[in-house]
Design a protein around this ligand. Structure first.
Ligand code: NAP
Length: 498
């Protein structure tokens, strides 16, 4: 059944505020069914100032609360998320086209994030006492909030990834203005409703809807102390450039990937095929952690390719409500981009093993089939081999030496995830050191990160502010204190003083 969610406006100072002036109006159809209009709304750029002002005003009182007091609000939010888990999942599926099993997992991750942050991650920023930090003087490390954060979210995990910044920011005493992707405004709106339901003090959490320009105004706002961004390298770079003069601003940039899986001669091939099908094609290739390049030891090439190709052909693709493996791409532009990259691959000499096509399905949407290309060799100047495609495309390389596999892993400039399939622990350990990535998995897909571990990339994938378990660290400033409660002792005066 088609569902259009009414646009409630922006969430500012605890209330939804309708846009009176339309700086930009837009409508979204579900990528899974283009007859379904999911959202019709507008944005008003002046709401950015109002939302930041509201977050700024709410900050002192929120920061002054004890962590225990802030926890009670986050636990209420968890209850609101739990009670609305299926609602969240359905909205995410309608907006992104993700299969319901996957968006249900995303909604669960939002719930779990609260528990993990409160019970585990907070320990990383709990006040520490250091006895005798200087002779006779004890030291303390306090962690204080930074102020007002803007959170900029991507479309592909519209709930979980924004939540992954928002929860750590709030529990550590910061206030937040969140701008969701213009492709997924309803998920953001539902989150705001649940914040309201959880009874947060007005202004602690705010939401502004809009497009890239809204995001730009928000991240460059003078009263914003930090930017917690998840999205592409191109936009992350723009944010860095746009804020270069605001040197005080904290930037946590979680960006794209061009991730490599190495399948070595001794690998469990059945497992490697399964894990790499997940790696390449889950979420229709629209995860920063998806596998783009598979590097095969020459001895397993034929067997792996045969099994991988066969499995890829059998994947079920369709409407989210039918629980297929893959839903559609997010937009017509993404389909065009996906098809174009295959043309580029062909022009650059890659051999097509499986061509990805735009699909005609019973529901008209942005559906495509997976694609697999064999590249002639590592070429860092190749557009196909170095750009993030963000679609279900995998390129295959063959090598004889592990060193070559590492060179391919490091060739694109992105450095998010890599995985190694081998029984040989020494090779895995070589990759931990030699692969320029923030996540390195052993006998597992590049996808499927744990909120109990840090998540962040090197090179074009991030700016060394890992998120997930470590997010509480970039949300806080460590303040060192030397605490001296002794009375003045003349005998200890330095030479040359009276
Ligand atoms: P995107 O195009 O970079 O957009 C991300 C967000 O930035 C959106 O809310 C976007 O608004 C906003 N934005 C655009 N221009 C801006 C500007 N000048 N200033 C501030 N904000 C601006 O990314 P996407 O297409 O939504 O998501 C896919 C990308 O995210 C992929 O590259 C993927 O690898 C990456 N990603 C990374 C991670 C990670 O943890 N490393 C996780 C998930 C996804 P509009 O959408 O309204 O334009």
């Amino acid at each position: 059944m088609a569902t259009t969610y009414s646009a409630l406006g922006d969430f500012i100072n605890g209330e939804f505020v309708k846009t009176k002036k339309e700086d930009f109006a837009w409508g979204n159809k579900s990528p899974a069914d283009l007859t379904e209009v999911v959202f019709n709304g507008a944005c008003d750029f002046s709401h950015v100032d109002r939302a930041v002002e509201s977050a700024r005003n709410a900050y002192p009182a929120w920061a002054a609360l004890t962590t225990e007091a802030r926890k009670t609000y986050l636990l209420k939010l968890k209850e609101a998320y739990k009670a609305n888990k299926s609602n969240l999942a359905e909205v995410i599926s309608r907006e992104t086209g993700k299969p319901l099993w996957e968006s249900t997992g995303e909604a669960q991750a939002m719930i779990s994030k609260i528990d993990i942050t409160l019970n585990e991650s907070l320990k990383l920023v709990t006040e520490q006492r250091v006895e005798q930090a200087l002779p006779g003087v004890d030291g303390v490390i306090h962690y204080k909030p930074r102020g007002v954060f803007s959170v900029i979210g991507p479309f592909n995990f519209p709930g979980h990834l924004a939540n992954g910044h928002i929860v750590p920011a709030l529990i550590t005493g910061n206030t937040v203005v969140f701008k969701p992707s213009e492709k997924t405004p309803v998920t953001g709106q539902l989150m705001a409703k649940l914040f309201k339901q959880a009874g947060f003090p007005p202004g602690v959490f705010n939401l502004v809807q809009g497009l890239g320009e809204t995001g730009k105004r928000l991240v460059t706002h003078e009263q914003v102390d930090g930017v917690l961004f998840t999205g592409s390298y191109d936009v992350g770079l723009k944010i860095k450039q746009d804020t270069i003069n605001q040197y005080w601003k904290l930037l946590a940039l979680e960006m794209g990937g061009k991730n490599t899986a190495i399948v070595w001669e001794d690998a469990d091939l059945e497992k490697a095929i399964y894990e790499n099908i997940l790696g390449g094609f889950i979420s229709t290739g629209q995860r920063c952690s998806c596998t783009s390049k598979i590097v095969l030891h020459r001895s397993v090439k034929d067997k792996f390719i045969e099994g991988f190709h066969k499995a890829a052909k059998k994947l079920k693709i369709g409407h989210w409500s039918k629980n297929p493996f893959m839903g559609p791409l997010i937009s017509a532009d993404s389909v065009e981009n996906y098809l174009n990259f295959q043309k580029i691959a062909g022009r650059e000499g890659a051999e097509c093993i499986m061509r990805g096509k735009a699909l005609e399905t019973s529901k008209k949407g942005h559906y495509v089939s997976p694609s697999i290309y064999m590249v002639p060799g590592n070429d860092p100047s190749s557009v196909y081999q170095s750009r993030e495609i963000f679609g279900p495309n995998v390129s295959i390389y063959t090598v004889d030496e592990f060193e070559e596999a590492l060179e391919i892993t490091n060739a694109s400039g992105f450095g998010l995830v890599a995985s190694v399939f081998t029984k040989n622990k020494a090779l895995y350990e070589r990759a931990v050191l030699g692969a320029r990535v923030g996540l390195l998995n052993w006998n597992r897909t590049t996808n499927g990160a744990s909120s109990r571990l840090p998540f962040g990339g090197m090179g074009k994938s991030g700016n060394d502010r890992p998120s997930a378990h470590f997010a509480v660290q970039y949300c806080t400033v460590p303040v060192s204190s030397l605490e001296d409660q002794t009375v003045f002792d003349k005998t200890k005066m330095l030479p040359g003083m009276e």
